[in-house]
Design a protein around this ligand. Structure first.
Ligand SMILES: Nc1ncnc2c1ncn2[C@@H]1O[C@H](COP(=O)(O)OP(=O)(O)OP(=O)(O)O)[C@@H](O)[C@H]1O
Ligand SMILES: [Mg+2]
Length: 252
């Protein structure tokens, strides 16, 4: 089944067609790469798919629902979660709290219940904590639960951002340059983590990444964007041997 279908979406910024007639279909559990030069429109595609920008043309369907024109928080609740090119964590909060705030949806107790600390409150709070700790353990970060987010090394902040995105129970995870600023060891580790969470959480992944070893290592399919348009798509082997892709991007 298709998790995401976007058809001919476009957006214009001050006369510049940042993304033009972009179409994509992602199946359940698929891992797709989105690559291309700086300014090609990759992050803008994410912003369109997640409701940050409204497309001026086209339509977006997520898990069978038309989400064209929907707000970011609605799109999250329908199953798409993302991370950002520039890490956005609640810096002063603990690692555990960063994950807990994302998982608001699974707690149903009322404000009164929370204030009175009812049984329902404690039950749901305990379950949410257990779930958040289980998520952190997938990333080998349970022992850091009480650490302040901003004190984590860079690679771990990136992982925490992914954990927080997963806390919303997405069927589609959008990762914007998760390996940016990581050293080779951290990148390899991240690659394994992405492969693992895809299996474990049955989540489809759309991955923006400049690190080609990461892209070719884990993506089944790659889309190449250039000047807001799709230049090529296919298997990693197909796109990396495509002369147009080499000229526009890889040969740089
Ligand atoms: N909010 C905005 N207002 C005006 N122009 C924008 C806006 N967002 C993006 N752009 C422009 O749209 C184009 C695509 O930008 P985008 O950030 O999507 O590129 P990218 O492929 O993610 O690049 P990078 O690899 O550097 O992250 C660029 O020319 C950028 O300057
Ligand atoms: Mg970008």
């Amino acid at each position: 089944m298709s998790v995401l279908t976007a058809k001919n979406i476009s957006v214009v910024f001050g006369g510049l067609k940042a993304v033009e007639d972009f179409s994509i279909e992602i199946s359940e559990g698929e891992l797709v790469g989105l690559i291309g030069p700086n300014g090609a429109g990759k992050t803008t595609v994410f912003n369109l798919l997640t409701g940050v920008y409204q497309p001026t043309t086209g339509s977006i369907t997520l898990n069978g629902q038309d989400v064209t024109g929907k707000k970011p928080e609605q799109i999250v609740s329908i199953g798409a979660a993302r991370t950002f090119q520039n890490i956005r964590l609640f810096k002063q909060m603990t690692v555990l709290d960063n994950v807990l705030v994302a998982d608001n949806g699974s707690r149903t107790y009322s404000v009164a219940s929370a204030l009175l600390r009812t049984t329902k409150y404690w039950k749901e709070e305990k379950a949410a904590r257990e779930k958040a700790m289980a998520l952190l353990s997938v990333f080998g970060m349970e022992s850091l639960a009480d650490a302040t987010a901003e004190n984590l090394p860079y690679g771990k902040q990136r992982k925490l951002e992914i954990a927080r995105a997963l806390a919303t129970n997405p069927t589609l995870l959008l990762l914007d340059e998760p390996a940016a600023g990581m050293n080779p060891t951290e990148t390899t580790e991240l690659m394994e983590t992405i492969a693992l969470i895809r299996e474990k959480f049955k989540v489809a992944v759309l991955l923006i990444e400049h690190d080609m070893s990461l892209v070719t290592g884990i993506c089944e399919r790659v889309i190449v964007l250039n000047f807001g348009n799709i230049l090529a798509q296919g298997t990693p082997q197909e796109v990396t041997s495509n002369p147009e892709v080499i000229t526009a991007y890889l040969g740089e």
